[in-house]
Write a protein that binds this ligand. Structure first.
Ligand code: ZN
Length: 405
């Protein structure tokens, strides 16, 4: 689902944004929250599609049992077949689950969903599910209590023709025996905009939902910064995926850097850069863990933990060991494509930071700015020079690398 966030600086700007979007988005469905307002696209754009006749139909109940296409009359969705076993509770009048009695029935024929009623033409009560005849009697009584029509044959264990009100049933499980057919779906959901049809997974041209934030009321902590950069704020979300450009790339890093610079000021941004120098495997999980640790240490890097045990660190910022290239070379020989990709992502980021600093800080200020002198020197030394050398190296060893990446 395509969605976007908008941030307003003050109440006037917030009201202006609401006004700007209120002809296209419905805000009334969702209550105004403390610091944001959620809205959904007003125009009807989601439809059902029959896969038998390809016609666009009403989306209502598009994947409910027994749905019939209004154009060709085919049943386009079935949850139950002959032999399906359904497990349910009966609801009482207050919409609560009625006691603890769980009823399990096996269908002899699939029920037809008609005006909210389930008609079971023939039902048997599977012997396995109930211990004795007495238990079965309780089930029959329970069904009788809720329904007018039940004909039960005690000798054959078969109830013939039962009508259950669907609203009274709280279905918790449907099992279909393998020897019978599995649920079938001949329908899909499509989105239509300006006469063009999109599938559920296509890139839709407009936002289906929007959120307008009262930015001045939002705490700009690390998790919020991660969310605004387009990442998840939970490290476990990306766990085990390694270094992937779709999870974390230089665009994310640049957005995060900009947000830190605007919201938390120069010193925190400086420490963020130091942190990136230190992490050599830029998997999203490792990055988020380190980023949250940076916040916990009051935006000072290295954190206490890192100082004691230098994990993830191949590059020394403060000394003479500007050895990124050596590291890269050894990693390449060792087949370390994760490190190489991380290096490229970081390089793109540091090229941006370098330009940013040159633009932001004028020549006379540069000498006075520890942020500028330290970071730009390190970037030039480690990332720009070494990257050029690395490219050179790659050019020379192209065939070897191509075989190993
Ligand atoms: Zn049809």
């Amino acid at each position: 689902m395509k969605t976007d966030r908008f941030y307003s600086k003050n109440q006037t700007e917030f009201n202006k944004l609401i006004k700007q979007f209120e002809s296209d988005y419905d805000f009334s469905k969702y209550p105004m929250e403390h610091n944001y307002q959620f809205g959904v696209l007003k125009k009807e754009y989601r439809f059902g599609k029959c896969n038998y006749c390809n016609s666009i139909i009403d989306i209502c109940g598009i994947q409910s049992h027994g749905r019939v296409c209004e154009n060709c009359g085919e049943i386009i969705h079935r949850d139950y077949w002959d032999g399906s076993i359904i497990r349910f509770y009966m609801r009482d009048k207050n919409e609560q689950t009625d006691g603890s009695l769980e009823i399990t029935l096996q269908l002899k024929k699939p029920p037809v969903d008609r005006d909210g009623e389930f008609e079971f033409d023939l039902i048997s009560i599977p012997i396995d599910y109930y211990n004795n005849v007495q238990d079965k009697g309780v089930v029959i009584n329970q069904l009788k209590k809720h329904n007018g029509l039940i004909i039960y044959n005690t000798e054959t264990d078969i109830a013939e023709s039962v009508i259950l009100n669907k609203n009274q049933m709280n279905i918790c499980e449907t099992t279909t025996d393998r020897k019978y057919r599995i649920p079938e779906n001949h329908s899909s959901v499509v989105k239509i905009w300006d006469g063009v049809e999109y599938s559920e997974f296509d890139d839709f041209p407009v936002n289906e939902t929007i959120t307008i934030y009262k930015d001045w009321l939002i705490k700009k902590d690390a998790k919020e910064i991660l969310r605004r950069s387009g990442m998840s704020s939970r490290p476990e979300f990306y766990s085990g995926r390694g270094v992937k450009k779709c999870d974390l790339n230089s665009k994310h890093l640049i957005k995060i850097f900009d947000l830190i610079y605007q919201q938390l000021k120069e010193d925190a941004a400086f420490n963020f850069c130091r942190m990136l120098f230190d992490i050599d495997q830029l998997s999203a999980t490792a990055f988020i863990r380190n980023f949250l640790a940076l916040e916990r240490s009051n935006w000072k890097w290295p954190t206490k933990v890192n100082k004691e045990k230098k994990i993830n660190s191949d590059i020394e910022l403060d000394g003479t060991e500007m050895n990124a290239f050596a590291t890269l070379a050894s990693k390449l020989y060792g087949g370390g494509d994760n490190e190489f990709l991380s290096f490229r992502i970081k390089n793109e980021f540091f090229v941006y930071v370098n330009k940013f600093l040159n633009k932001r800080i004028n020549k006379s200020q540069r000498k006075a700015s520890p942020f500028y002198t330290t970071i730009s020197k390190a970037i030039e030394n480690v990332y720009l020079t070494e990257y050029a050398e690395a490219n050179n190296y790659i050019e020379i060893h192209k065939n070897f690398i191509l075989n190993h990446l």
